[in-house]
Design a protein around this ligand. Structure first.
Ligand code: A2P
Length: 296
């Protein structure tokens, strides 16, 4: 399996990252330390995760040269106003203890105003926000830029703008329950890399995922664990994969990926894509906006 994917900038992004969403500040340090020791060189962060300072501390203490670690962070929904973008990046840089990010993403295709209410204009049209991100690349504060949680329609609308830099990635929920084959195919055609968050099914559905007969059979056949089967499947589909764990033994386990025989890969892909898709995560009801389909 590829250990990295190459972005349009020429930068090589490692195919497995440690995901740290929902990792409590108290747990995250141990997880990042275990990850760096196990050989992870890619940490997927976000301002909204509330643990950038802890992660930055551990990276610094590891002594690993900055250039050897890939750090991603994300712009939160209440920082989309162009005049707020640079400040948000500076805050992440300062917490992470670095002077550049390898990748910076618009976290959701939804913008909130200062009053905490939906900013319809900036939600419908993220181009002003994007232009500011392009400027941040020119300034050297971020090396690559992309989006997260954009569906095909939202991506197409952004791509229709006179972009100087195209989104290098789209980070979305991808797992057995919500494998998004159309988006994956579309993104490959456009040369946009997908990154799989909640790849094991997130907290709610991990157990169920790891007990699926197809997954257990392949694990047994190859002498690997069910989590390793799923993580390997994601990379073989052509996506970066971001498994989250704060358990050191699992952190180590999740980096040991292996190419699946074609028949095993096909069996998993067929099983994942032939049931009704289920979104494991969807903040739409909470935010009072349909993030996926409805035009505002
Ligand atoms: P924990 O962090 O307590 O180790 P996802 O990456 O899909 O969001 O899933 C994260 C969830 O899966 C967390 O609850 C994490 O638990 C659990 N998890 C991560 N890796 C493994 C693994 N190798 N085996 C079993 N559970 C795992």
């Amino acid at each position: 399996l590829p250990t990295y994917f190459t972005l349009p900038s020429g930068d090589k992004i490692p195919s497995v990252a440690l995901g740290v969403w929902k990792a409590e500040p108290a747990d995250v340090k141990g997880a990042v330390k275990a990850a760096l020791e196990a050989g992870y060189r890619h940490i997927d962060e976000a301002w909204a995760y509330g643990n950038e300072a802890e992660v930055g501390e551990v990276i610094k203490a590891s002594g690993i040269p900055r250039k050897d670690i890939w750090i991603t962070s994300k712009l939160w929904n209440n920082h989309h106003a162009p005049e707020d973008v640079e400040g948000a990046i500076d805050e992440s840089l300062s917490k992470l203890g670095t002077d550049y990010l390898d990748l910076y993403l618009i976290h959701w295709p939804v913008a909130f105003g200062k009053d905490g209410k939906l900013d319809v204009k900036l939600t419908e049209d993220p181009y002003p926000t994007w232009k500011k991100l392009e400027e941040m690349v020119e300034k050297g504060k971020v090396k690559n830029i992309g989006v997260a949680n954009f569906n095909i329609r939202r991506m197409e609308e952004l791509l229709a703008q006179p972009l100087k830099i195209k989104p290098a990635v789209n980070q979305v929920e991808l797992n057995y329950w919500n494998p998004q084959p159309e988006l994956l195919k579309w993104a490959k055609e456009k040369g946009i890399l997908l990154q799989a968050y909640s790849p094991l099914g997130s907290s709610d559905k991990v157990k169920e995922t790891l007990e699926l007969p197809e997954v257990k059979d392949v694990a047994k056949e190859l002498g690997i664990t069910p989590a390793q089967v799923i993580i390997s499947w994601h990379i073989q589909r052509g996506t970066v994969v971001l498994p989250k764990s704060v358990t050191p033994s699992r952190v180590v386990e999740n980096l040991k990926v292996t190419a699946l025989p074609q028949a095993a890969f096909d069996r998993l892909e067929k099983a994942a894509t032939s049931h009704e898709p289920i979104k494991v995560l969807d903040p739409s009801p909470h935010w009072g906006v349909d993030l996926w389909d409805v035009k505002l």
